[in-house]
Structure formats: C-alpha cells, structure tokens
Design a protein around this ligand. Structure first.
Ligand code: NAD
Ligand code: UD1
Length: 337
C-alpha cells in the first residue's frame, strides 16, 4: 500500500515510516520541519535501504496536499503532524488550535475530495483527563485540562461525527500512552528542542552529563513509592501498532478507537532505577514540588488493541532504556551532529 505520513520527520513519524517500509509499504511524507529535521528521513532511508518521497510543506496548505494526492495514489493517511507540548499550549492556545485542528480539517477535506478514506489519527491518553481508576479502558469518560489535550479531544469528536455522516470512511483513533526509546540502530530517536519537558529525554541527558540532575516532580502521589506512575511504551512497538492499524483499515472496519500502551505502570523512581541498571551509573535526582496538572497513575488496559489490531507491546523496560541511551550517546546533540 502507499501511505501518506504527515509529520513523518518527527519522533513517532520517523519510526513509523521505518516500520511501514520494513513491512513492504511505500511511504510519502509531508512535514513542515517546525519540530524536526529532514535528517531523520535520510537516516530512515539509510537503515532500510528504501526511498521515502518527502515533501517539505504544511498540512494547512491545501495546495501542497492537492499536489501530493494528484501525484500519488494514496491508500491510507497517518496524521502525526501537530504541536504536542502541554505547557506551551497553555501559553499559545490559539496557535495549538489553529495548527492541530485546522491542519486536520484541511487534510481530511482534501482526502475526501480525492476519495481517500482511510485515516489513522494520533490521539493521546491525555483525553482520559484524571482517570477514576487504572487500568484505563477505552470507554472511560473523556476530559481535558489544557489546550493541547482539547485539540486531541475535539479532533476525536470531529472524526466520530465524520464517520457518522459517511461510514465509507475507515478511521483508527490511537490513544498513545508514553512513547519512549529509539530505534535499536541508534540512528533515529527523540530530538527535543531545548530543555526536555518529558521524563525520559531528561533522564538520558542527565545520564550523559548534559544536565546536572533530574527533578522528580512530587513524591506524595498515591502510588507505590509516591512518584507518578505512567505506561511507557517503546516507540518501535508503538510504530508497529500503526502498521497493524493501516493493514486493518484496508479491511473496511469503520471506526476503531484503541489504547496503545503496555498495560504496566512504572513510577518516576522505577525509571531512574531502570536507567541506572542499563548505564551502570547513578542518575542524580532531587525531589521537587508537583508539576501542575500531573496525575497519580495512568496506564492502559491493552486488551482491545490486542482484540482489534492483534497488537501487543513486545519490548521490555530494559529495551526502552538501553535504546534511549544508545540514541542519546550516539547523538548527544540530536540530529545536529
Ligand atoms: P513530533 O513533534 O516529533 O512530530 C510531529 C511532526 O509534525 C514534526 O516533525 C513537525 O515538524 C510536524 N508538523 C507540525 N505541524 C505541522 C504542520 N502543520 N504541517 C506539517 N508538519 C507539521 O511529535 P511526536 O512525538 O512524533 O508526536 C506525533 C503525534 O503524536 C503528535 O500529533 C502528538 O500530539 C501525538 N502524540 C505524541 C505523544 C508523545 O509522547 N510523543 C503522545 C501522544 C500523542
Ligand atoms: C506527557 C503529557 C501528555 C502526553 C504524554 C505522552 C504533560 C503534562 N503531559 O504526559 O499530555 O499525552 O506526555 O507522552 O506534559 N517527571 C518528572 N521530572 C521531569 C519530567 C517528568 O518527575 O523532569 C514526571 C512527571 O511528573 C510524570 C512522569 O515523570 O509523573 C512522566 O512525565 P512526562 O514524561 O512529562 O509524561 P506525562 O506527564 O505522563
């Protein structure tokens, strides 16, 4: 199949492009490089020995999308393009609504015009807000507490309405838990700009001596050691979930909504220990106040993804930490090197 991957130069997009190529699909990418470098795509080509047809452009630009759908017979679209930083979304809500929602609208309207009706959408566990219990199943109540989360939830509503109005669309809404790690080659990985907001890139930067110590945001949560618990999933497993979703959409399943997680939760201190085990060195940390908006525990019930897509995360926590360290060590300054 020929798959259009929007945001394909980004963290999850580049890993998914690689897995699609490895599975024998052809890939066309569009990315405006607002949060990535084209080097990631070059490295995917190097690892796979296959070509990616790359367009530098914005999914809000109907002209470039029209050009792509005219030049290629696309079977399925995976939409990763969007902004993703929770804190920044509170400072710049309009930019987040405009990029994420407008981008999705222009993309889907152009797809409809060209009769392309298979779409995979990157949603997030953030749509569960502060869940009443764990593990989280897909029928839990939905809510958001920041503009980034609201863009994900609004888009979910929009896609459900679209499907109700035209059930010839096949739509997979994938709610990711916490993707971490990197391709085992160490050639592609997460390349955050400036100070990382998320736990794992912060730990790997401490581990290589780029940052002095990790701040642990709160140790008075209602969890086994007081620090926040999350469902960390290897980005390669997550990417394989997208290949399964694309294959499933070809069977005309209609609307699918599934969690992509492992079903296992680890605390911040569990993660520190896991990285210490892999690196053989202590990760210095200090306990800090809670980060506003953080919740105690969040992990998936992964059963539905297994039933619907045949998806099961295979990689261990050790794989995630080792591969994250391999990427960080080989590319201390990300794709700049
Ligand atoms: P990323 O920032 O690395 O990738 C997104 C890519 O989209 C970037 O390469 C960026 O340059 C591009 N982009 C942004 N706006 C664009 C536009 N208008 N047109 C074209 N390209 C555009 O982020 P990621 O971690 O790979 O996340 C991919 C998707 O998954 C995002 O939608 C994100 O919200 C969602 N998601 C990510 C996580 C996570 O923890 N990484 C968790 C849940 C959901
Ligand atoms: C973040 C996003 C969420 C997104 C998810 C997916 C925020 C507030 N939320 O979730 O919308 O869906 O990523 O990847 O950004 N921590 C520290 N010190 C740090 C960084 C984090 O102790 O320097 C802790 C946090 O308090 C949390 C855990 O580590 O308990 C994970 O944090 P993070 O990696 O930012 O992910 P989430 O907050 O779960």
């Amino acid at each position: 199949m020929k798959v259009l991957v929007t945001g394909g130069a980004g963290y999850i997009g580049s890993h998914t492009t690689l897995e699609l190529l490895e599975a024998g699909h052809e890939v066309v990418c569009i990315d405006n490089l607002s949060n990535s470098k084209v080097e990631s795509i070059k490295r995917v080509e190097k690892i796979t020995g296959k070509n990616v047809c790359f367009y530098e452009g914005d999914i809000r630009d109907k002209g470039i999308l029209t050009k792509i759908f005219t030049e290629h017979k696309i079977d399925s679209v995976i939409n990763f393009a969007g902004y993703k930083a929770v804190g920044e979304s509170c400072q710049k809500p309009l930019e987040y609504y405009e990029n994420n929602i407008q981008g999705l609208l222009v993309l889907v309207m152009t797809m409809r015009e060209f009769g392309v009706k298979n779409l995979v959408f990157s949603s997030s566990a953030t749509v569960y807000g502060n869940p009443k219990s764990v593990p989280i199943t897909e029928d839990f109540p939905l809510s958001t507490s920041n503009p980034y989360g609201s863009t994900k939830l609004f888009i979910e509503y929009m896609l459900k309405d679209l499907y109700k109005s035209d059930n010839s669309f096949n739509i997979a809404i994938l709610r990711y838990f916490n993707p971490i790690g990197a391709h085992p080659s160490g050639l592609i990985g997460e390349d955050p700009k400036g100070i990382p907001n998320n736990l794992c890139p912060y730990i790997t930067q401490v581990a290589v001596g780029k940052r002095k110590e990790l701040g642990v945001f709160g140790n008075d949560y209602n969890t086994h050691d007081g620090t926040g618990v999350r469902d960390y999933i290897h980005v390669v497993d997550l990417s394989k979930g997208h290949v399964l979703a694309v294959n499933k959409l070809a069977e005309n399943p209609g609307l699918i909504i599934v969690n992509l997680g492992t079903g296992v939760g680890y605390s911040v201190l569990d993660m520190v220990k896991a990285f210490e085990k892999v690196t053989g060195k202590p990760i210095p940390y200090k306990i800090m106040p809670r980060r506003p908006g953080d919740i105690d525990e969040c992990y998936a019930d992964p059963k539905l993804a297994k039933e619907v897509l045949g998806f099961k995360a295979e990689k261990t926590l050790e794989d995630m930490c080792r591969d994250a360290m391999n990427w960080q060590t080989k590319n201390p300054n990300g794709y700049e090197d």
